[in-house]
Write a protein of this length. Structure first.
Length: 567
């Protein structure tokens, strides 16, 4: 796999790279670099996670360090091995690897518990009996100090006893929490005696029923980093206000000069979609999409099924860059990256999505002729394939007009057009049904006008694709569009985010016809339907029915924007 930058061109250092290079130069943490990607196993990864994956693993690759894959599995109610397995597979599919085994926050539950006990012993943690509502009410506001809990000054012995009894399951869920004793008047709300442990019964996917108390994310996060020797703990921007608590906890755990440091960056916000796991789960459960791998979903699974390549996603994440300010990225840039990659690797094939029959009257009824078609003009040794030209063919309905406007260079009465890889034909007649819809076109071919060996002297401006009526195979084609109608489909007090759904985001074509070479392709196969776009064989396909998903259309309107971002 290439370096995460996916390019040999000079790219200015982002602010995280500047920090890392300075730390390595100064020998901080013995001049080592160890990052981590810490997903919660409560859903499938999406495009925002892809950016974090590319950043964390990419930094390790660039600077000769390592990156751990560690699951933050501290909430048994929402976690499942299904998500663990899927996340591992997605990270590998993106092209990244980690040293040793996959890690879990649950690997450190015993050590985290011992650390919490030590905080109690040194007077920096206490068990609070107040309800969640009471704790919230007494926390204060950013401008008004909070009120200390009546349990804040319990003795060390009493707190140790209560915490042990919490661990032993003697109290109901949510009836007590362990809180850090910091500063109820701190201007940072996260330092106002934050919760470290809560009582939550639930079968954990790894530890089973051993625990009924689980550490809060803020408690498990930094300490897990410390246990692993993480040097740079890279988080998204919403954790910036959590950093003082991260530092406070790590400073009370560390023993020596080593310690991890948290750095925040702006997460990836993609237009015309949502990346909230809660909202994505809602779309799945309420049937607005077919599942987490629906090709309209921003999940890595969905993008894989749609035909996106890991190389394109890595390039896209690199183009977006790393910043401290949130910026909504137009999905056209992602589509451009996908199109640019597929252009170099995807076979070219012909398929007719809205077929109309063409009869070439001056050819014998059983006429057949083999012609050669280029597999991929971007690849020098891609070779050619044989396709059969016959008397009856199909073309796309949009390539014929009864009364065309000026500068219409496709087929129309009396007009001529070239069939790609075959002959020039001229329309001599056409038939319509009772509704006025054209059902069949009659043409004559121009002798000696075969593509690549044209000696006819006839000049035409238009070239269209076609499929043999005798040998073409039926296809189901799923045309996908953006899932939402607006750039920022966030819900507010008056409107639910699902009101912005694009109900035309999927259009299924059942009567498409493809050239016979598409008969034996397998799920995941990618190709360009000439003049239409890039398509990928769906997992629903079988030997009797090939299903193709539209990956991206051929339009390249974002090339200038992409070039500007590269510069």
């Amino acid at each position: 796999m290439k370096n995460s930058n996916e390019t040999t061109e000079y790219v200015p250092l982002n602010f995280i790279e500047q920090i890392i290079e300075k730390d390595l130069k100064e020998g901080k943490n013995n001049g080592e670099l160890l990052t981590r990607f810490p997903p919660e196993p409560n859903g499938y990864l999406h495009i925002g996670h892809a950016k974090s994956i590319c950043l964390n693993f990419g930094l390790a690759l660039k600077y000769g360090g390592k990156c751990n894959l560690r699951f933050d599995d501290t909430n048994p109610e929402t976690e499942d091995t299904e998500y663990v397995d899927a996340i591992i597979d997605d990270v590998k599919w993106l092209g990244f690897h980690w040293p040793g085994e996959v890690l879990f926050a649950s690997d450190y539950f015993d050590r985290l518990y011992d650390f919490a006990v030590n905080l109690i012993k040194i007077g920096l943690a206490y068990v609070d009996d107040q309800s969640a509502e009471q704790i919230s009410e007494t926390r204060g506001t950013p401008t008004i100090p909070g009120k200390e809990s009546p349990n804040r000054n319990r003795s060390v012995e009493e707190n140790l006893d209560l915490f042990a009894r919490m661990k032993n399951g003697e109290f109901p869920d949510a009836s007590r929490v362990l809180r850090a004793k910091i500063d109820m008047a701190s201007p940072n709300m996260h330092l106002r005696d934050p919760a470290l442990y809560r009582i939550k019964r639930g079968h954990h996917h790894r530890t089973g029923d051993k625990w009924c108390i689980y550490p809060m994310y803020d408690f498990a996060h930094g300490q897990s980093d410390y246990f692993e020797g993480i040097t740079h703990s890279i988080c998204t921007l919403e954790f910036e206000v959590h950093r003082p608590l991260y530092d406070w906890l790590v400073d009370r755990l560390k023993d020596g000069i080593y310690r991890p440091y948290q750095i925040e960056f702006a997460r990836l916000e993609l237009g015309y979609t949502v990346t909230s796991k809660r909202k994505l789960l809602q779309l799945v459960k309420e049937g607005y999409v077919s599942g987490w791998d629906d090709p309209r979903m921003p999940t890595i699974r969905g993008m894989r099924r749609r035909g996106y390549t890991p190389e394109a996603i890595r390039v896209f994440c690199n183009k977006v860059g790393v910043a401290k300010r949130v910026n909504v990225i137009d999905p056209s840039l992602l589509e451009f990256s996908v199109r640019e990659d597929l252009n170099k690797i995807a076979d070219r094939r012909m398929a007719v999505l809205d077929p109309i029959k063409v009869v070439i009257a001056n050819l014998p009824e059983n006429y057949e002729e083999t012609t050669l078609a280029v597999n991929n003009p971007e690849i020098e040794d891609a070779g050619r394939r044989e396709i059969t030209f016959t008397r009856e063919i199909y073309i796309d309905r949009e390539d014929f007009m009864e009364d065309p406007p000026k500068k219409y260079f496709r087929l129309s009465p009396g007009n001529m057009v070239r069939l790609k890889y075959a002959y020039i034909i001229q329309c001599t007649d056409y038939k319509k049904d009772e509704s006025g819809k054209v059902t069949e076109i009659t043409c004559e071919y121009i002798p000696n006008s075969k593509s690549g060996n044209d000696t006819s002297g006839v000049k035409v401006k238009g070239t269209i694709h076609w499929v043999s009526a005798r040998y073409g195979i039926p296809l189901e084609v799923r045309m996908y569009d953006r899932l939402f109608m607006v750039e920022d489909p966030q819900e507010d007090d008056e409107r639910d985010f699902k009101e912005f759904l694009n109900h035309d985001s999927l259009n299924v074509i059942h009567n498409a016809i493809g050239e016979p070479s598409l008969k034996d392709v397998n799920p995941g196969y990618k190709c360009q339907f000439e003049r239409k776009g890039y398509f990928c064989v769906d997992s629903d396909s079988n030997d009797n029915q090939k299903v193709f998903n539209l990956t991206v259309p051929l339009r390249d309107s974002w090339a200038k924007i992409a070039q500007k971002m590269n510069n």
